[in-house]
Ligand binder design. Structure first.
Ligand code: IMP
Ligand code: MG
Length: 179
């Protein structure tokens, strides 16, 4: 893959403005109640840390690690829970923070996992990006930043074979430029 062929989809400024907007919406929903934010590693790390800086409620952060990619550019269709240790979430407001919802299998896995193990006060799913057209599982994010096309996205947490998560912007590759 030639990283020089990466085209900018969302600039740092667009991302940060969108995150501020999303946080304001969530601040008014939670209205000062305590929240457990669950960041899904590794992809959501950039988004999660930037989002929570705008929150004004008492907040606890948890990190879990899931994976569904085999290192390439498409999901294996199977979600692996690499580390899903969580505290007692009964009667808590739970906010799952993801980078992108693609097939929706990861989101469904997590929502089912939390639903089966805890009686939360509320469970919300937020994702910076939403690839609605590639959805397989019947799930929708409660909050999302941008709807995106079926392109392979890189940067701001999203990787290509482990690389480029550190970019401040989100870029895309044409599928033909990927291999
Ligand atoms: P899903 O289970 O198919 O919804 O995929 C969710 C996970 O796949 C996300 O949390 C990402 O880590 C990864 N993913 C999906 N689309 C992309 C992409 O365009 N670039 C990089 N990673 C992606
Ligand atoms: Mg992810």
């Amino acid at each position: 893959m030639d990283i020089n062929k990466l085209k900018v989809l969302f600039t740092e400024e667009q991302i940060q403005n969108k995150i501020k907007e999303m946080a304001e919406e969530m601040n008014s929903f939670y209205n000062g109640e305590e929240v457990y934010a669950i960041c899904v590693l590794k992809g959501a790390v950039m988004f999660a840390v930037d989002l929570v800086k705008h929150f004004n409620m008492p907040l606890k952060m948890e990190f879990i690690r899931l994976s569904s990619y085999n290192g390439g550019t498409s999901t294996s269709g199977k979600v692996n829970a690499v580390d899903i240790s969580l505290p007692d979430l009964n009667r808590k407001n739970v906010l799952i923070i993801e980078d992108i919802v693609d097939t929706g299998l990861t989101a469904k896995f997590l929502l089912d996992f939390i639903g089966c193990n805890f009686h939360t006060k509320s469970t919300k799913f937020c994702s910076l990006l939403d690839k609605k057209i590639t959805r397989v599982a019947d799930v929708d994010a409660d909050y999302y930043g941008f709807e995106v096309d079926d392109k392979f996205l890189i940067g701001y947490g999203l990787d290509y074979d482990g690389l480029y998560r550190n970019l401040k912007y989100i870029g895309y590759m044409e599928k033909t430029d990927l291999e």
